[in-house]
Design a protein around this ligand. Structure first.
Ligand SMILES: O=C(O)CCC(=O)C(=O)O
Ligand SMILES: [Fe+2]
Length: 199
């Protein structure tokens, strides 16, 4: 898989947007995997913050999530392997020292949103590059749930259409998920550097 267009867009404008990053077969398998996790009750309300400070605040985000770990399914392992290749490509070009990729399924029920935020915690700057993969095969304008990025040149809305990948520098681009009218599925991930440990 060639990551050159993603790398070039990131270098030129700080974010990359790729329709059809994954084949329909692969996104379909990931949708089935997300649905299975939902049936099994593995998706839980997402928190805000980290560690002991995680709090569920429905006024900020309304998604339910489940983390990917190696060995859970063929589909999620395939996705983790692709993102690991992307991690190495990013390191080669940008010398970011990205050490790992963390990622979760996110299900936004109708009416859910995620208010404007940055993907970097005040107490932990290890999240460096954000990577979002959308999983909505039947998405139509009017379904809502666009991801709005606040760029220097203005706001840009990204439709959460199956197979689309968005990559951006986590500390630089405030963004939000607009209220969705229909159920919205995504894989939300971050490439991390080693966190700097305070003394
Ligand atoms: O699903 C999206 O489009 C973005 C989700 C997001 O911003 C996050 O989970 O931090
Ligand atoms: Fe975010």
């Amino acid at each position: 898989m060639s990551f050159t267009p993603i790398i070039d867009e990131l270098a030129n404008r700080g974010f990359a947007l790729h329709k059809d990053f994954l084949s329909e077969d692969m996104t379909h398998d990931l949708v089935l995997e997300c649905r299975r996790r939902e049936r099994e009750g593995s998706l839980t309300p997402a928190g805000i913050g980290r560690g002991g400070a995680v709090a569920v605040k429905e006024g900020i985000r309304g998604d339910r999530i489940d983390w990917l770990e190696p060995g859970q399914s063929a589909a999620s392992d395939r996705y983790l392997a692709i993102m690991d290749e992307l991690r190495l490509a990013l390191n080669q070009v940008f010398f970011l020292g990205l050490e790992e990729f963390e990622c979760h399924f996110a299900l936004y029920p109708p009416g859910a949103f995620y208010k404007t935020h940055l993907d970097r915690f005040r107490d932990d700057d290890s999240r460096t590059v954000t990577a979002l993969l959308y999983l909505n095969h039947d998405w139509q304008p009017g379904h809502g749930g666009e991801m709005r990025m606040y760029l220097a040149q203005g706001a840009l809305d990204v439709a959460p259409v199956a197979g689309s990948l968005v990559v951006f520098m986590s500390a630089d681009i405030p963004h939000e998920v607009l209220p969705t009218a229909t159920e919205r599925l995504a894989l939300t991930g971050w490439f991390r550097r080693r966190a700097v440990q305070p003394f």
